[in-house]
Ligand binder design. Structure first.
Ligand SMILES: C[S@@+](CC[C@H](N)C(=O)[O-])C[C@H]1O[C@@H](n2cnc3c(N)ncnc32)[C@H](O)[C@@H]1O
Length: 392
């Protein structure tokens, strides 16, 4: 297995779940890009016995094994990122009935080929993307290959569906395609990676549907919860967990942004800070739900670096288990690592903020708003929207 090629294969129960969400009864043609060891196609072949299946992978070893297991399929050694993909697969654009895909997730260099792939399937302008990843390009390639009315089931990383930096992507997707459902998959369903993922099911059609179902899957690939939400809400986030939290917590309060909170993260990594001769704090110092720490006042340090100071409230920016812990600076000043946020609010809001962060509501809020493919991250924009429960 080659992790550089994103060779994390889908378990059969998740393949079955993905294939079950494609509603087309008897598709004539099915495309799969990045077939791996054939986990998806094995299930697809059982469901659609008479379909012509075309597929490819960049790894010659995979193609060799697939050819011996599936001698009747049309298999090709291809690069899914190529602008000549349809030629290399010997098919025309806009002709496939169904696409199934679990693409590799890696960073891709922006170039003219990538620009034409992204822009010709109406997923916005290349320049609007901070970064381009192979999963996004595979999604675009699938959308170009399937016909009008065709369906696609694709496993995507959390970032595309939840991160602020892909908001424009989600808006383009919703405006130009019919999102038929999003299924949040449980953690750790792929061996050797903790990637958080979702199945996105799309119909290549502009037929307007006001609402979209979001689902939660368990480890067995069974749907255990469902939520229907208005389509326009998906622009903010498309994942089940967050949208369920919002639906259940119609909470009134005042946001950190409204009270003028200043939020900043540390500049240096733990490794860099260890080589300095100054006090610093890192996620490992946040070892209780709430802790208090005092430091010596240090005017020179404060002048030189952005420090956490008396009254500041520190939380983790990134992590798995420490995100709901809070540390309050009682005195002095200290450096903080780049895994932490400093939240600075006026004195009158300090206690309400501490109360909110350490309450059940606050912990649930953090859980619902953290996202990420491997470690969970809270964005500053989300944090500014945290509502303080009671003031004065
Ligand atoms: C995440 S695995 C998924 C495999 C399989 N579809 C599954 O669901 O188990 C991604 C697959 O894409 C292939 N791949 C990686 N980069 C590729 C590229 N540029 N073009 C085509 N295939 C690629 C890898 O070799 C790997 O088999």
């Amino acid at each position: 297995m080659n992790s550089n090629l994103g060779q994390y294969y889908t378990q059969e129960r998740i393949s079955r779940l993905l294939v079950s969400k494609i509603l087309m009864k008897n598709p004539k043609s099915i495309i799969e890009l990045g077939m791996g060891d054939g986990s998806l196609v094995r299930v697809a072949q059982k469901k659609w016995k008479n379909s012509k299946i075309i597929g490819g992978d960049i790894d010659p070893e995979n193609i060799k094994n697939l050819k011996s297991e599936f001698p009747d399929l049309n298999l090709f050694l291809i690069n899914g990122l190529s602008s000549k993909l349809s030629e290399n697969l010997k098919i025309s654009l806009g002709t496939m009935d169904v696409g199934i895909c679990n693409p590799p997730y890696s960073k891709v260099k922006k170039d003219d080929a990538i620009k034409s792939i992204i822009e010709s399937c109406n997923l916005g302008k290349l320049d609007d993307y901070h970064i381009i990843t192979s999963d996004l390009v595979f999604l675009a390639q699938n959308l170009l290959l399937i016909r009008e009315g065709g369906e696609l089931g694709i496993i995507l990383p959390d970032g595309l569906l939840t991160s602020h930096q892909f908001k424009h992507f989600r808006k383009s997707l919703i405006d130009n395609y019919q999102v038929r459902g999003v299924i949040e998959l449980p953690d750790k369903i792929f061996k050797k990676t903790e990637a958080k993922t979702h199945i996105l099911v799309i119909r290549k059609s502009k037929v307007k549907k006001r609402n979209v179902p979001l689902y939660l899957s368990n480890n067995k690939g069974e749907i255990i919860e469902k939520l229907i939400i208005p389509k326009n809400k998906l622009v903010h986030r498309m994942d089940f967990s967050y949208n369920r939290w919002v639906a259940q917590n119609n909470f009134q309060g005042v946001s950190l942004e409204r009270i003028g909170a200043k939020i900043f993260r540390g500049k240096f990594s733990k490794k860099e800070l260890t080589s300095f001769n100054y006090d610093f704090i890192h996620t490992s110092n946040l070892n209780n739900s709430i802790s208090y720490k005092s430091f010596k006042p240090n005017k020179r340090l404060v002048k030189k670096y952005k420090c956490a100071q008396k009254g500041d409230i520190i939380i983790s920016r990134v992590g798995k288990r420490c995100l709901d812990r809070v540390l309050v600076i009682e005195n002095g000043a200290t450096l903080i690592s780049d895994c932490l946020y400093v939240i600075r609010v006026d004195k009158e809001y300090q206690q309400p903020l501490i109360k909110t962060l350490t309450s059940e509501y606050g912990r649930d809020w953090i859980k619902a708003h953290s996202h990420g493919v491997c470690a969970s991250v809270i964005s500053k924009i989300d944090l500014l929207n945290l509502m303080i429960k009671s003031i004065r």
